[in-house]
Write a protein that binds this ligand. Structure first.
Ligand code: BES
Ligand code: ZN
Length: 871
């Protein structure tokens, strides 16, 4: 039984720090198990003579104040409290010891492969040394690293290298200074025997910045895409946001063991190697795309996160939501804007909407947490980015950019709040009133818009009635209405946008952009001079992140699919129709799929005026999660089968067209990583997936696999073979393994594709794969690829026997003992708890209760699963 319930932290309890650490000089004597850390801090008291420093898993060796031994301290509950300190500025020296090799949590200083590296956000620095480890303490860091020269030729930290040299006993040292005051979470240290590729970037003011990407030896050739992405990011931020880089050096280090994707440490980003390494033989197009976007994201943090940082961790969306918005815009400017938006929304609906409808639901600015690491969520990130996008929609690009300029003008070098961001946006735009808009920060849950339309032929009026409501979420039984920007168009029968004029309202000023403001629970908009019944294109570009329910007819959706001038809504209309059909199939297994939909799907397929990638996304069916979202107790096997049936029907109906698309795209062409080439490969992969369900094309995937010259084609064909259990599947898996078994990133794909199959053999397969030498429970990427993929495999996780969820519960326990963050991510598989059928729910309840009550369970897993059980 768990004896002490973990401490809950509240936003409302925020107090400014009692002291400021102005500067800190660190000295590391690196050693696998006994690293010595010497810290010398210049501290200014702000309030009182008692100082509390955070420290976890540290061995304290000595404390000195102003050069004298100091013993007026006690260490309790991971806090070192020093009392009777000077009331004037003083120096504090601390010596402590840490064990990087034992640090399997990968938080603080740890070893990944043969290298030392660090991860300090949000609260990892306290596992390196005692410190005011909170983001509103900004200090200037200087670091001296001492280590064996042969094993660790590269010694890196933030800022500029100011000194280096050799020492006795084969050791050497380096001293780094970062002139920018920063919170400890942005601190980084790396030591290793690495390969490096170098380049330079000339900033718009003419400074040369040295760029370095450090990777394991032998991987140099795979790091050029990351380097190119970095240069593109630097240029884009200058052009679109007028933001220039501020140090003379920018380093990226790739490590194999990393909890997250990447980290924006000042001047020394540390990346999961999955977001650095890519070659056409080993990386899929989505990896190339992901690298560009993550490199961009971490680079953009230099201004939105590092120069202006967060006052406390409740403000996380201040830097993450904003930086995700920036990286989304970066990707959209460099690739296909429509496809990027569609994919971002797909991702939001597939992962954030369920989070907001489940036990972990929280506002983008949470009010409390037990373990901050649990709050790097889809809500903080993706919904946070949608909220920033709404400012952008409300103010337009120019107004938004004025707000950004104001934000940096007011807050550069400070730790601020989301309210400060809103303030900047407002004062830069004639004191725009964001008071109601601020509810987006405080209220959880996805709002629902119920829309009804009416056309009055005689009066030539079109009336739109919008009703908003937001479901209750944990701790928030009732909600106030949101202010949301709602983009709309009215199409005439030729498919052209009509000129909009509102009859009953005075907010006409945004109408030329098609922008309506929704504020009240019910809003009515009456459009005048509407000469024929229009088809309404609602919530264009997904301007408000909501669930939309409307009285549009199937004919309207078909019309929008073919004619909408908003690409997002062309896509969305197709999804709506597909969803309707899947629902009907679930209700009645003899349901005849709507001819209208089959035809509309075919017209998109045969439309030569739309590009390949857009075509592929428009033709893809809604995800299982999209379907499940609207069902109280979803039966995932039935959803899978219904989707399958629909997919097969479409594929068989259009097999000739699909085959000709596939063949046209199969002609030899040089491998390129641009939007056009990636789109072609995507459509070809889609056509292959369709054709593989058609009897006479069952051999196609194996053939594609055999002749593939890039990883995208290889994985497209392999996953089709695995999912459909096609001829050649086993040989292909074996060949793939033999070819790539020494490359862990590629093996992650191999593990993941097998663990994701809905087939009932997957369960045993996963047990077997866990024993394979390529698997390692200590590496989060591998845990996620094999166990995580199985946990996300809805059909197998929810297997009628309960074996799927029992297995995941056991894995949560095992992984938790190694790495609580990795385990906590697996625990998300139980978020569906409330929507499980009774017998499975019983099983889940027993498993989760045992975990929550065990005193071995980490805070991370405890917080998630106790919320799950209470839902
Ligand atoms: N600051 C985060 C990294 C981080 C997250 C550190 C959680 C510690 C705990 C970084 O900027 C980030 O957001 N990384 C994302 C990728 C990004 C493209 C959304 C990640 O790691 O998933
Ligand atoms: Zn980030």
């Amino acid at each position: 039984m768990k004896t002490e319930t973990p401490v809950v932290k509240y936003l409302a309890d925020y107090k400014a720090p009692t002291h400021k650490i102005e500067t800190v000089d660190l000295e590391f004597h690196l050693d696998d198990t006994q690293t010595q850390v010497f810290s010398k801090m210049k501290i200014t008291p702000v309030n009182g003579n008692t100082l509390e420093l955070n420290g976890e898993e540290l061995k304290l060796k000595s404390v000195k104040v102003n050069g004298e031994e100091f013993s007026n301290y006690k260490e309790e509950n991971e806090i070192l409290t020093l009392t009777g300190l000077p009331s004037e500025a003083f120096t504090l020296e601390i010596h402590n010891e840490i064990n990087p090799k034992a640090n399997t949590a990968l938080d603080g200083l740890y070893k990944s492969g043969g290298m030392f590296c660090s991860q300090n956000e949000p609260e990892g620095f306290r596992r390196i040394t005692y410190f005011i480890d909170r983001p509103d303490n900004l200090s200037v860091f200087t670091t001296k690293i001492i280590a064996d020269k042969k094993d660790y030729p590269f010694l890196l930290s933030n800022g500029n290298l100011i000194e280096s040299g050799d020492l006795e006993d084969g050791k050497h040292f380096a001293v780094w200074n970062d002139p920018f005051a920063k919170p400890a979470y942005l601190y980084a240290l790396v030591a290793g025997d690495l390969a490096v590729i170098e380049d330079t970037f000339k900033t718009k003011s003419g400074r040369d910045v040295k760029l370095q990407v450090f990777v394991d030896k032998g991987n140099e050739e795979k790091s050029h895409h990351a380097m190119e992405s970095l240069k593109k990011s630097m240029k884009w931020d200058e052009e679109r946001f007028r933001l220039e880089y501020d140090l003379d050096i920018y380093m990226i280090v790739a490590v194999d063991s990393f909890n997250m994707g990447a980290m924006e440490n000042k001047g020394l980003n540390i990346f999961n190697s999955a977001y650095v390494l890519a070659s056409k033989e080993t990386a899929e197009d989505r990896n190339f795309f992901g690298i560009e976007s993550v490199v961009g994201h971490e680079y953009f943090h230099n201004w939105t996160g590092n120069r202006v940082t967060c006052r406390d961790w409740f403000q996380l969306t201040l830097k993450e939501g904003l930086t995700v918005f920036r990286d989304q815009e970066f990707s959209a400017d460099l690739n296909s804007r429509s496809v990027c938006r569609i994919n971002d929304v797909r991702n939001l609906k597939a992962a954030q909407f369920p989070e907001d409808a489940g036990p972990q639901s929280h506002p983008i600015q949470p009010k409390s947490y037990i373990e901050m690491n649990n709050f790097y969520t889809m809500t903080i990130y993706e919904k946070g980015a949608e909220v920033i996008r709404m400012y952008h929609t409300l103010l337009g690009e120019e107004g938004f950019q004025r707000g950004m300029d104001k934000y940096f003008e007011l807050y550069d070098g400070q730790a601020v709040t989301t309210a400060d961001f809103t303030h900047a946006m407002s004062v830069a735009n004639d004191n725009y009133d964001f008071s109601q808009f601020r509810r987006w920060y405080d209220q959880a849950g996805t709002p629902v818009l119920d829309i009804t339309t009416k056309y009055d032929e005689a009066a030539k009026e079109f009336t739109l009635t919008v009703n908003q409501s937001t479901p209750a979420t944990p701790g928030q039984p009732t909600k106030e209405p949101f202010h949301m920007p709602f983009l709309l168009g009215l199409l005439d029968s030729a498919g052209n946008d009509m000129t909009l004029a509102l009859k009953n309202r005075d907010d006409q000023n945004d109408l030329d952009r098609g922008l309506l403001h929704i504020k009240a629970d019910t809003e009515t908009f009456v459009f005048a001079n509407v000469n024929e019944r229009p088809v309404a294109s609602l919530n264009r570009n997904f301007s408000a992140p909501v669930v939309l329910r409307s009285d549009l007819t199937d004919e309207d959706f078909v019309f929008l699919m073919a004619n909408d001038n908003d690409d997002f809504n062309r896509y969305e209309a197709g999804q709506a129709l597909a969803l309707k059909n899947i629902h009907a199939m679930l209700k009645d297994e003899n349901h005849q799929v709507d001819e209208l939909f089959i035809k509309a799907w075919g017209s998109i397929l045969n439309d030569n005026n739309i590009d390949e990638e857009f075509k592929a996304v428009c033709l893809s069916l809604p995800s299982m999660i999209d379907v499940a979202a609207t069902i109280d107790i979803p039966n995932y096997r039935a959803i899978h089968e219904a989707k399958d049936k629909l997919f097969k029907l479409l594929a068989n109906t259009y097999k000739l067209e699909l085959a000709s698309i596939y063949n046209d795209l199969s002609t030899e062409r040089p491998f390129k990583v641009d939007a056009k080439a990636m789109g072609e490969r995507k459509l070809r992969g889609f056509a292959l997936a369709c054709l593989s369900t058609v009897e006479e094309h069952k051999e196609l995937a194996r053939e594609c696999f055999k002749y593939a010259t890039n990883m995208t084609d290889m994985m497209n064909s392999l996953s089709v073979m695995v999912n459909e259990n096609l001829p050649g599947c086993q040989e292909s898996l074996k060949e793939f393994y033999d070819k790539f078994k020494d490359q862990t990133l590629v093996m992650q794909k191999w593990l993941s594709v097998q663990a994701s199959s809905c087939d009932d053999t997957t369960f045993d397969k996963v047990q077997e794969l866990m024993k394979d030498e390529v698997f390692d429970m200590n590496v989060p990427n591998l845990v996620s690829a094999l166990i995580g993929s199985f946990a996300r495999n809805k059909v197998q996780f929810n297997h009628e026997s309960g074996r799927g969820m029992k297995f995941i519960a056991e894995m949560i326990r095992k992984v938790d003992a190694i790495n609580p963050q990795s385990a906590s991510r697996l625990a998300g598989a139980f978020n569906d708890y409330r929507k499980m059928p009774a017998d499975l729910k019983e099983i889940a309840k027993a498993e989760l209760t045992a975990i929550v009550e065990s005193d071995k369970t980490s805070k991370n897993v405890y917080e998630k699963l106790s919320k799950t059980l209470n839902s």
